[in-house]
Design a protein around this ligand. Structure first.
Ligand SMILES: *[C@@H]1O[C@H](CO)[C@@H](O)[C@H](O)[C@H]1NC(C)=O
Ligand SMILES: *[C@@H]1O[C@H](CO)[C@@H](O)[C@H](O)[C@H]1NC(C)=O
Length: 686
């Protein structure tokens, strides 16, 4: 495309189009006059137009291949390369009101040049044969819609210059217009008119004496939803106006001065079908069911509820398409301009809306438009939850090693001090007052050990003040340590606490567990496939496998949509306590917008956006999501084995560590006994 804005690019324009500057303009060209009048009356000044010739080259090529036998009946040169495109451009340009762009098919100027979308499209066909006209226009539109600036909401003017008219009904201009308007409607273009030279019957209706000398052009359009009950399925062209040419340089006029682009999309669709592409995917689309006649419908899900709101607001009847047969789900780029899955169905016009928690991809697919996003979906890492500490560790876990050592050291030191104090007092005091209970290091150790274990130390406490004070100090010390120890031990026995929880992406990457994402996610978020940041990533085959290995094997972490995973967790991955068994951390990888794609130019887009805004403002999507999660958890809770009441009975499980130590004690004593027994027998024999 080459763009010209009228003032400063004027000479550039002339250079490119190669029109001699001051030759006589074909003022006699009535079509040009007519087009200029349409532009003046129905377009604002400074509107931008894309002017295109119908794509005959493509058609003629394909005709040779496919319609080889037909090409005999329809003349191969039915499409003339007439000059009228240049004439039209020249004339529109002379008004100095519009920016013009030319569509060129040479594949060179296909970059988007205008910053905005076009307000009008002028498509000119020079073909004579009806099939050629329709095919050419169809090919041109298919070509144009692949570019980003394609705007089917614009006003389309189709000008047919060389048409053969015929008295037969089948070959009337009305029938031809219907076919052309039908082709445009396939790509959601409804603001279109065709301008075509009148059939001879039409001409006689007009009270114009010089029928043969002045041309008359019929302007056709159609109303997709009128009369009530029509749903855009049948094109019935209406003659909206006629252009009456005048001989000579004088401009012609419109017979009725009608509005050529009247509003055509009603507010109330009176039960017209709204075709939906979707498949089952919680929590957005749930509970697929079958009607008696085999058609399917869905009963629940956030997107399904949103979609029913949209349909209700326009009084449309919802029709669900079966899930995409190509197994494309959310769609993959097939590499030749088409997509699989639900986006592909929208692009090909099989359905109107795609609702299944689709992440915004309208920046990638030019043929699609997206309604306002209705959910923000954070993508997060889902990691295994930290495991509780094993209960047998409870007895030793109460104190840190340093504290245990400190305790041991003070035990030894105090026992030594006792021994020394006893020794000194024995030296000072007479024999009658000496204390037998503590004379000797071993006795000190054993007595003090008894105090640690809260046993009475000795039946005969010494009546000597220094010994008593050391003794008392040790008793108080042990009493304090014991109280603290028992308090902590009780709580550790009941709730041993959790081991370390992975709490950031960096920690995850070095934690040594496997991580990755589904290939659909990676298709959308390319950076997740980066070997630099995620060197050890591995893909898991399906969502269920991913979740199972995170929850049950605890050896995998994966990145996925929070909306979907939160739902899956409430469906299946909960504990009886109501805690999830799949964990997250605060970091969010990125936020995605969940939206509803439609074909570009979808006439109800604005209306649906308004409804969506109200749904959002009312907080309905959040409410629906919470309800769905709540119901799912309730269903899951059927199978929970909950203890009756709030309190739990102390069980063998809680006292695991105590019993382990008891066993260790028994084993030790048995060993000692055996050794002692053997030793005693040997002694006796000796
Ligand atoms: C919705 O359309 C049906 C036709 O299917 C019609 O009978 C009904 O009156 C319409 N409802 C409203 C509110 O217009
Ligand atoms: C694109 O390729 C797929 C298969 O790879 C094919 O089914 C489809 O028809 C192709 N589409 C076009 C427009 O060529």
């Amino acid at each position: 495309m080459v763009v010209f804005s009228n003032s400063n690019l004027f000479f550039f324009f002339l250079a490119v189009i190669n029109i001699p500057l001051f030759t006589c303009k074909s003022v006699n060209n009535h079509k040009t006059q007519c087009l200029r009048r349409i532009a003046e009356q129905h377009f604002e000044q400074t509107s931008s137009f894309l002017v295109a010739k119908s794509n005959e080259d493509v058609y003629i090529n394909s005709k040779e291949n496919i319609f080889s036998e037909k090409s005999q009946s329809s003349d191969m040169s039915s499409c003339r390369n007439a000059e009228s495109l240049t004439v039209i451009l020249e004339d529109l340009f002379d008004t100095e009101k519009y920016s013009l762009a030319i569509w060129s098919n040479d594949g060179v100027h296909k970059k988007r040049i205008t910053g905005s979308k076009y307000d009008g499209y002028v498509i000119v066909s020079h073909c004579q044969h009806y099939d050629d006209v329709v095919e050419g226009i169809s090919n041109q539109v298919k070509e144009m819609r692949r570019y980003e600036d394609w705007n089917p909401r614009a006003k389309f003017i189709v000008i047919l210059t060389e048409i053969w008219t015929d008295a037969l009904e089948e070959y009337s201009t009305k029938k031809l217009s219907e076919r052309i308007l039908g082709v445009l409607w396939k790509w959601q273009v409804f603001n279109a008119i065709t301008v075509v030279e009148a059939d001879w019957q039409d001409s006689t209706n007009v009270q114009n004496t010089s029928v043969n000398s002045t041309p008359i052009f019929n302007v056709y359009t159609w109303f997709p939803y009128y009369p009530v009950g029509r749903c855009g399925d049948f094109v019935d062209a209406v003659l909206v106006d006629q252009w009456i040419g005048r001989p000579g340089d004088t401009d012609g006029y419109f017979l009725h001065s009608a509005t050529l682009f009247p509003p055509k999309i009603p507010k109330n669709f009176q039960g017209c079908p709204l075709r939906i592409s979707t498949f089952e995917y919680g929590p957005t689309v749930l509970e697929m069911k079958k009607n008696r006649d085999g058609s399917i419908y869905y009963d629940d899900g956030i997107d399904i509820k949103v979609m029913y709101e949209l349909a209700k607001s326009a009084n449309m009847t919802v029709v669900f398409r079966p899930p995409p047969p190509d197994n494309g789900l959310w769609g993959f780029d097939l590499g030749n301009g088409s997509w699989s899955g639900v986006p592909g169905e929208i692009m090909r016009g099989f359905s109107d809306l795609a609702v299944v928690g689709i992440w915004y991809k309208c920046d990638v697919i030019n043929e699609l438009d997206c309604l306002s996003p209705h959910i923000i979906d954070p993508v997060r890492w889902y990691v295994p939850c930290a495991k509780p500490y094993p209960r047998w560790m409870s007895i030793t876990r109460v104190f840190k090693v340093s504290l245990w050592l400190g305790f041991l050291v003070s035990y030894i030191i105090v026992a030594f001090i006792m021994w020394i104090v006893v020794k000194i007092s024995d030296m000072v005091l007479p024999e009658s007052l000496q204390n037998r209970a503590y004379n000797g290091l071993v006795k000190c150790f054993i007595n003090f050990w008894a105090i640690i274990l809260e046993e009475s130390a000795s039946n005969n406490p010494p009546h000597i003040a220094p010994i008593r004070s050391v003794f008392l100090a040790w008793v108080i010390y042990c009493w304090a340590v014991n109280t603290v120890y028992q308090t902590f031990l009780t709580s550790f026995l009941i709730d041993p606490g959790l081991q370390h929880q992975i709490s950031s992406e960096d920690e995850l990457l070095v934690s040594g567990i496997g991580y990755g994402a589904l290939s659909v996610t990676e298709e959308h978020l390319k950076f997740l496939g980066s070997k630099q940041r995620y060197p050890h990533r591995t893909n898991c085959p399906s969502l269920k496998d991913c979740l199972d290995s995170v929850a049950f094997k605890a050896d995998y972490a994966f990145a996925f949509s929070a909306v979907c995973t939160d739902y899956q967790i409430s469906v299946k991955y909960m504990e009886a306590s109501g805690d999830p068994i799949i964990c997250i951390f605060d970091e969010v990888i990125c936020n995605q917008l969940i939206t509803i794609p439609v074909m570009k130019g979808y006439p109800k887009k604005e209306h649906f956006n308004q409804v969506l805004r109200r749904v959002l403002e009312a907080g309905l999507t959040d409410k629906w999501f919470n309800d769905i999660k709540y119901m799912a958890t309730l269903k899951l809770a059927k199978d929970f084995e909950l203890p009756p009441g709030e309190y739990i009975k102390l069980s063998l499980k809680h006292l695991q560590s105590a019993f382990y130590f008891l066993i260790i004690g028994y084993i030790c004593s048995i060993c000692t006994f055996i050794v002692e027994f053997g030793y005693g027998r040997r002694q006796r024999r000796i």
